[in-house]
Write a protein of this length. Sequence first.
Length: 368
Amino acid sequence: MIGSNDKITRAQNSGMIITQTIGVGILSLPRLLAEDFASDGFLLILIGGLVAALFLTILTKLLEKYKGKTVDEISERLLGKFFKEIILIIFVIYYVVVISYIVRIFAEVVKMFLLLNTPTEVIIMAMLLSITYLVRKGIECISRVVQIVIPLVTIPVALLMLTILKDAKLDNLLPFFQIGIGDIIKGIPLVLFSFLGYELIFFTTAFVDNNKKMLRYNLSAISFITTSYILVYFTTYVQFGKEEVKHLLWPTLSLMKTVDIPGAFLENIEGVVMGLWVLVVFANISPALFNGSLALSRITRNKEYKQFVLPLIPIIYILSLMPDNLAEVYEYIDIFTKYFGPSVAIFLPVFLFIVSLFKGKKGEGENA
């Protein structure tokens, strides 16, 4: 049952797709693509965006057939109660793992660039407790924060990039179109990690007050994400070149260190950028924790999700500290994105959509 105070707009829902998708992945994306695809990496990003748009379309069409229903309610109608429980458990594990590695990378970045002497454990716990407070306020509050964060971050970052481009070395982009079809096929799984996040609408769409033209709003979110990735990739590449990008751990953050604003009253631009990125991660993790808590409440058949938010925090905290170093974190991410991520974001929507076609059920008039 969804209360009247837990309604969000289509724009807020698409905004959560943006913040859920653009998180820690954008930090290392230029490096990962530069290693094998050089200046043609933008083609991988573009194709990755098209692939994500395809599966997002399938997922949106499925949710339009079952208006006002979350993934567990749809799964129960199509597959039965047993498989519904399995899917909910998968989602709880999925979101706990996602939040764990995001908050760990967040802590490492903040420690390296901002809080040099602060223990990683303190940074992680501070972020988790802050997010807990927001998530317990409900999906409407989360969506409003997201709606504020997007322009608050996008506009300053765009202006900072313009200052970088004035000294751009366009020769670093050449030559183009040096990769073949086989290289592109191999590279799609690599870039697809950066587009994981749209699957959050499995839960959030049920809270949208008006489902008309939902697909247009969702696809606009993917377009914004794809465009942002391409701009960041090109800007990083023209600034550093292939060889330097390959050896930078987080090229996107290193890019911001090169910002030089003539006559600016701010000497430490890194502090400003890190502050903006904290907002991005805050808006990134909040919907994930909400969905994980909601899935857990559905497993226990409890109408209230709020009491499950805090119990998840110790689990996330412990998991985030399990890797000994960043290399191990990225190893786990690589395994996760090869097997777990696609299962939730690609195979599950496609499978449920195909089953719904065979069942021939329509969502209209079934939510009474």
